[in-house]
Design a protein around this ligand. Sequence first.
Ligand code: DLL
Length: 449
Amino acid sequence: MPIWSNVETLSRDELRKIQSQRLRHVCERVYERVPFYKKAFDEKGIKPSDIKSIDDIVKLPFTTKADLRDNYPFNLFAEPLSNIVRIHASSGTTGKPTVVGYTRYDIEMWAEAMARTMSAAGVTKYDIVQNAYGYGLFTGGLGAHYGAEKIGAAVIPISGGQTQKQIMLMQDFGSTVLCSTPSFALYIYDEMQRMGINPLSLKLRVGIFGAEPWTDAMRKDIEKHLNIKAIDIYGLSEITGPGVSFECEEAQSGLHVNEDLFYPEIINPDTGEPLPYGEEGELVLTTLAKEGIPLIRYRVKDITKLNPEKCICGRTFVRMDRVRGRSDDMLIIRGVNVFPSQVESVLLKSPEIAPHYMIIVDRKGRLDEMTVQVEVTPEFAEKYCKTMLSEDGKKFAGENDEMRKLKNIAQKNIKEIIGVNTNIVLMPPQTIQRSEGKAKRVIDNRPKE
Ligand code: DLL
């Protein structure tokens, strides 16, 4: 596949020059224009003129989500509102959303980042892109929309939800690309099954999935069921939206960070110390070309690592690992750190288990207890569990040897690989709640300390 921009294959030296020059510029701008940054720089005794090259980035202060909230809604903007042409926001679990503003140039750069992203997935002007990311304050919908249009593909702006209509349009319009969360892609597949539609009868060829953690095991499931190539894309609204990093169709191994636009670092989340390439830690991103709301060393809370090796696709941008989850989604079960995505990869080692699960954490006495409800595949249910269904069909009333065997293997694998005891509850197909946007994987019933 042709590479969208020459920037993607620059030598590391050439790229560093661009990064250094842009970092100097962004530091000058925020120091002059955003009182929050003037104060943060002054407190560290740093002047923009101290920043000579990209290596000096470690001298700069961090920005956190709390800083965005404290400056709600517009106080971190580096441009007057008259120059802002779009406002997005992401809803947090608590309180007010975090708000981001884009100038016309920012929208253009975002479209560029997304055009690179979608090209790397193999999208061209001949494609029909069904965009099932939500349109609205969420950045998924409009981000993918502008990227696909920039490439010249035909976009169907259907947004999330309306599962049956999604399928009808796929059939009638011959959509070749699906953009959605991975969990919604599986939901669409389930609905196809119910409607008796064979995915092989569709023209769908690529899925561009992101906005939530998912695993390679889930990728394989989606690729097999929908008969497509599934590509992982990553981003967050604070930094711009989708388009921060993306997999290429050639390697499907690590996400190329659009490094001329967003500079990535990995830090130790406890000490804030920068970590070398290859070590896992918290991702920190600096926007190098944003006007509306530039962010310096934004602590993203996502856990990953960086790989500088050149990719077989020819791109030289560093690659970040598939994000395991946010540090704030990490569960601590009797002292063991557990990411829902780890549980997912272990479960999906058993081909009889479907990629629909819910982790429930309770406290019994002083001890944490983790239960994982997980669906068996329709094939397994049909073959072994028919007589076991409860009257309402929403759970299994009993267990037979086959079910016990499956459950024990999953429990043993989770204990061995992740190190926690779990109670696996096998569920009939279609009983775990489906999602049309970001999936909810955890119910934590423990009292808040
Ligand atoms: O989810 C932007 C986006 C839209 C990305 C569409 C990709 C596709 P927010 O709602 O601000 O923005 O949520 C950002 O979602 O910090 C991660 O924790 C998580 N996330 C996003 N993409 C991935 C991914 C959009 N590919 C937060 N893998 C981020 C794992 C992801 N987690």
